[in-house]
Unconditional design. Structure first.
Length: 366
C-alpha cells in the first residue's frame, strides 16, 4: 500500500484531520448554523475576487512583515480563537501556542479553551491575545479580562455577534457536550455549569453569553484593563464606527465562521464597507473562509491589516499537534510571500486596491 503523500496545502490537512478525529469532534469543528450556507459562502466569496498582477517588478527581495497594534509580525496572520483544542490533541491549546510560536504568529486564545490562559502564556513565544464573551455574570467577565492581562496577554478580543448561540444542528444530532475528562479551564466557577451536560452548545454553555449585551459592556471592559480591546463579529460599517467610538482599538470582520446567523454576509463581502467606514481610524482584521495565502493578499488589497484563521489550525493540530499547527501556518506564510511576488508586490504596503478587478456591482467601496 502506497503511503499518503505529504500535505501540500491547508486542505490536505483538513482531510488528515477528518481521518483522525472522532465524529463528534469533527462535526463540532466544521459545523455551522442551520443550513450552513454562510460557512460555504465564506470560502467561495474569496475565490470570486480576481486579481490584476503587476508585471516586470523586481520581487527578488520581499518583506511580508507588518505592524499591528505596536507589534511587528512576520506576516499579517493571526490564529483565530477556537474552542476545545483538547478534542483535537491531548496538549490542546498549549500545543497550538507552541506551533504558533514557531512561526511568530499571534494566538488569540478562546475563553472556551481546555487549557488555562496561564498555561498557554507559559509556553507562548509569539504575542498572546484572549477572546472573551460578555457572560451573564458581568463580574466574572471583568475578572477574566483582568486575569488575561495579568497572565501576559497583549490584547483582548470581545465577541459581539453572540447574544444567543446559533443553532448548530450537527451538534444537536450528536448530543454535543464538553467531553468527560476535559475542563472549560478559564470558565470554572464553584457550583456553576461546566458544559458537561446538555444537547448542543446552546444548552451546554448558555451562561457564557448574554442577550442583554450592549456597547456599554464594551466600555466597561475597556475601563477594566490597560491592554487594547478589539471587537470581533462586525459585518457593518456603522457597527465598526460604534465599536471605535466606544473604546475599541480595532475591529474584526467576522461572522463567527458561519456558526451564528446562517445567511449572514460572507466576510469578504462585508470587509470593504467596514474599511471604508473606519477610514484608517483603527486596524481591521478579517476571518472566515481563508484557506490560501492568496486570500491574505486579497484581504489586504481590500484594506484589512491582517487576517485570522481558525479551522485550518485545528486541522493541523489534529493531524500532528504543535508541528501540524506550525506547518499549516508556515504554508500560509509561504503562499502569501509567493502570491506577493506573483502580484508584483515587494512589501505589504504595495498590496493596494488596484490589484483587485472591479466588475460591475462588486467592490463598490474601492
Amino acid at each position: 500500500m502506497n503511503p499518503k503523500p505529504e500535505p501540500l496545502c491547508v486542505e490536505d490537512f483538513e482531510r488528515l484531520a477528518e481521518d483522525r478525529l472522532e465524529r463528534v469532534a469533527w462535526d463540532y469543528y466544521r459545523s455551522g448554523a442551520w443550513g450552513e450556507t454562510t460557512v460555504a459562502a465564506n470560502r467561495s466569496a474569496w475565490t470570486r475576487l480576481w486579481l490584476r498582477p503587476r508585471c516586470a517588478v523586481d520581487v527578488s527581495a520581499r518583506d511580508p512583515s507588518t505592524d499591528l497594534l505596536g507589534y511587528r509580525l512576520p506576516c499579517p496572520l493571526l490564529v483565530a480563537p477556537t474552542a476545545l483544542h483538547r478534542m483535537a490533541h491531548p496538549e490542546g491549546e498549549v500545543a497550538t501556542a507552541r506551533g504558533a510560536g514557531d512561526r511568530g504568529v499571534p494566538l488569540v486564545l478562546s475563553s472556551l479553551s481546555t487549557c488555562t490562559v496561564e498555561e498557554v502564556a507559559a509556553v507562548a513565544r509569539s504575542p498572546l491575545w484572549m477572546q472573551i464573551y460578555v457572560s451573564q455574570d458581568r463580574g466574572f467577565t471583568r475578572a477574566l479580562a483582568q486575569r488575561a492581562q495579568a497572565a501576559g496577554c497583549r490584547g483582548l478580543m470581545v465577541t459581539v455577534d453572540t447574544p444567543v448561540w446559533g443553532v448548530r444542528e450537527r451538534d444537536i444530532h450528536n448530543g454535543f457536550r464538553v467531553p468527560d475528562g476535559m475542563r472549560m479551564a478559564n470558565l470554572e466557577r464553584p457550583g456553576a455549569p461546566t458544559g458537561h451536560a446538555g444537547r448542543g452548545i446552546g444548552e451546554a454553555l448558555g451562561w457564557t453569553i448574554d442577550a442583554s449585551l450592549t456597547w456599554k459592556d464594551l466600555e466597561a471592559l475597556r475601563s477594566a484593563v490597560q491592554i487594547p480591546v478589539l471587537v470581533k463579529g462586525v459585518l457593518r460599517g456603522d457597527d465598526a464606527v460604534r465599536a471605535i467610538d466606544h473604546g475599541a482599538s480595532g475591529v474584526v470582520v467576522s461572522n463567527h465562521g458561519g456558526r451564528q446567523l446562517d445567511g449572514a454576509l460572507p466576510t469578504a463581502e462585508a470587509l470593504p464597507e467596514v474599511v471604508a467606514a473606519l477610514a484608517g481610524r483603527a486596524p481591521v482584521i478579517v476571518d472566515g473562509g481563508i484557506r490560501r495565502g492568496i486570500d491574505i493578499l486579497r484581504a489586504l488589497a481590500m484594506g484589512a491589516a491582517a487576517v485570522q484563521v481558525g479551522r485550518p489550525v485545528l486541522w493541523g493540530l489534529a493531524a500532528d499537534g504543535a508541528q501540524g499547527v506550525s506547518r499549516v501556518l508556515g504554508m500560509l506564510q509561504a503562499e502569501f510571500s509567493l502570491a506577493m511576488a506573483l502580484a508584483g508586490c515587494r512589501s505589504v504596503a504595495e498590496v493596494t486596491p488596484d490589484l483587485l478587478h472591479r466588475s460591475p456591482g462588486t467592490l463598490a467601496h474601492f
